[in-house]
Design a protein around this ligand. Structure first.
Ligand code: DHE
Length: 559
């Protein structure tokens, strides 16, 4: 079969975001994954020759590289389904229809709609294995229960042995946690001196960091489902506890409501799909709540793979907001009884991905990227406010808040098109509508993150997944008053790769940008006023940096 024949049906469904494909082979391997438990006699091979050992390797490869977008059970999410036979209601052919040659063409060449080329990332032999693995029925996702979770728990430094106050004079509020994704490490950098204080081994492809309500602890979570807890009070920041909340995850958050500071931590499982709650001082597991259920739109199908995407913690109530991706449900999780959390489900839209607070911390806005919408939730009242159509595949990160003559505006970028949408959040005419749309430099989508700061007059935008190297290696800066483009800033000399994600320092006068997936990784720090480079952080330990989280801004949800 020729690639041109394959393109139409499958490409329609493939969207801009098979990002996990980029995770380098150098990554720290998962020490244990669901792959180990998959055996061919437990699945239907559909006549494809594949041994148990190959099944295990195929599962591991799929899990690490493809599951993020296509789902662990291969039913599709951000990317299309990869099931042998077309499921009912889908317009996309099954993998058996494509056959080994067809699947190989996709894997080798990528797709025009955003799936990158695998050639050079996977070996020939791995690609060949995947063409067979994808034609076999997907293995069931094994359970991951409390006993296994508890067995994985390591309390490295008990609370009683930790210092009661900082053992140094540095300003923890201006520390940055920076993810070195492909090294499986997190660097803690002093934002005042720009010196790395520690580069800690945290696990396979860490995805995000969050800080405790007091700002003392930094927690990481990644594609091996491992949570790592870092104490900033010690002179050299140190890991004090670890636990595995599941096989795969993208989010973690802490309790931030008054009286619950630094008490509980929530983990959002991609695989298995569940919400797990831990003691935030020790990471002792407290409860697991599966998220499977029906979809938001009344579809009768019971969705087993109902992954937990973005999580935020309310400052006004003792709740977390957990977004159940495939079901399109916003779950408000009351943590006052953490062993038996009360969950209010708000049907919204599919598939929920990432989002953040408006400037008041009362409303939460989240992207339903498969339906091109932004969902607005009134958190204290546990109510859906509205669902707003913005553009192709909104991808805000946590979004960002700016203020100008149009009002208080929450901003999202889009993966699927060149558009920045500004949603008015304050009361009055136009509230909860898109009051302005603008374009970034050049053509096409690929934007992943936007960022501003209450003290800044600038809005920063990346184009990480745009195929044009000029665009994906530069960042745009807009004036928040006029919304005019102020600058398109290319990668500085000596730096290359794709620009991704922004973070301000505590004072709101510096912007940190990561450069990854190139030969010269770096964290580039700009003066937010002059837009000139202030410092470039490079070195052996700076390996494909991605997300950066300033302690003060993360603790107080400043974005
Ligand atoms: Fe992310 C946030 C999921 C690919 C970097 N990413 C998130 C969140 C989710 C998510 C659910 C929101 C967490 C929260 O706020 O609680 N990301 C996914 C995926 O499923 C996806 C599409 C594919 C995958 O397999 O992981 C994916 N993400 C990527 C990347 O390829 C990026 C660019 C680099 C990487 O880590 O591989 C990437 N995602 C990030 C970052 C954030 C994030 C830096 C945090 C943004 C913030 O400011 O909060």
């Amino acid at each position: 079969m020729k690639i041109s024949k394959l393109n139409t049906p499958l490409l329609l469904g493939v969207v801009m975001a098979t990002f996990s494909l980029f995770v380098s082979c150098k990554s720290d391997k998962k020490e244990d994954s669901y792959a180990k438990k998959t055996k061919i006699e437990e699945t239907n091979s559909n006549g494809i020759a594949i041994s148990d050992a190959e099944m295990e390797r195929g599962s591991a490869l799929y899990f690490d590289r493809c599951a993020g977008c296509h789902g662990s059970s291969r039913k599709g999410a951000t990317g299309p389904h990869l099931l042998p036979v077309k499921p009912e209601g889908s317009d996309k052919p099954g993998t058996l229809e494509f056959g080994a040659d067809g699947l190989k063409a996709f894997i080798v060449n990528g797709t025009a709609a955003g799936m990158p080329e695998w050639k050079g990332i996977l070996t020939e032999e791995e690609i060949e294995l995947m063409t067979r693995f994808l034609q076999v029925d997907p293995p069931a996702i094994p359970p991951y229960e409390m006993d296994e979770m508890t067995a994985s728990w390591k309390l490295i430094i008990p609370v009683a042995k930790r210092p009661t106050k900082p053992q140094h004079k540095r300003n923890i509020d201006n520390y940055f946690g920076v993810i070195m994704r492909d090294a499986g490490k997190v660097a803690i950098i002093d934002g005042d001196t720009k010196k790395e204080l520690a580069v800690l081994k945290t696990g396979f492809a860490v995805h995000i960091l969050r800080t405790s309500a007091s700002g003392r602890y930094i927690y990481s979570v990644g594609r091996d489902g491992r949570i790592t807890m870092i104490d900033t009070y010690t002179d050299v920041p140190s890991i004090v506890a670890e636990v595995k909340g599941g096989f795969d995850a993208r989010s973690v958050e802490v309790s931030k409501f008054k009286g619950y500071e630094d008490k509980y931590l929530v983990f959002g499982g991609y695989s298995p799909s569940h919400i797990a709650i831990f003691d935030a001082q020790t990471l002792e597991p407290l409860s697991i709540t599966p998220t499977a259920g029906n979809a938001c739109d009344g579809d009768k199908e019971f969705i087993e793979e109902a992954r937990v995407a973005a999580i935020v913690a309310s400052h006004t109530d003792p709740v977390w907001i957990c977004n159940i991706k495939e079901r399109g449900i916003v779950a408000i999780v009351d943590y006052t009884d953490p062993r038996n959390p009360k969950i209010t489900e708000i049907p919204a839209a599919r598939f929920l991905h990432d989002g953040g607070w408006d400037s008041t911390g009362h409303y939460f806005l989240v992207a339903a990227n498969a339906s091109n919408k932004i969902v607005v939730i009134d958190v204290p009242n546990k109510k859906l406010v509205t669902i707003i159509e913005t553009g192709k595949m909104p991808h805000p990160g946590r979004g960002t808040n700016i203020k100008n003559k149009l009002g208080n505006l929450w901003v999202t970028s889009h993966l699927g098109e060149n558009k920045l949408s500004f949603i008015k959040t304050n009361p009055g005419p136009g509230q909860w509508t898109v009051v302005k749309e603008i374009k970034a430099t050049g053509n096409g989508g690929g934007a992943l993150f936007v960022k501003s700061h209450p003290k800044s007059k600038h809005l920063w935008v990346d184009r990480t997944l745009n195929p044009d190297a000029k665009l994906n290696s530069s960042v745009d800066v807009f004036d928040t008053d006029t919304l005019e483009l102020v600058a398109n800033i290319p990668a500085p000399e000596g730096v290359d790769g794709r620009a991704v994600h922004f973070e301000y320092n505590k004072a709101g006068n510096e912007v940190w940008v990561s450069y990854f997936m190139g030969k010269k990784s770096a964290i580039v720090i700009y003066n937010d006023k002059t837009l000139k480079v202030k410092q470039i952080i490079q070195g052996d330990w700076v390996e494909n940096p991605t997300g950066k989280f300033n302690v003060y801004n993360t603790t107080h949800d400043i974005y």
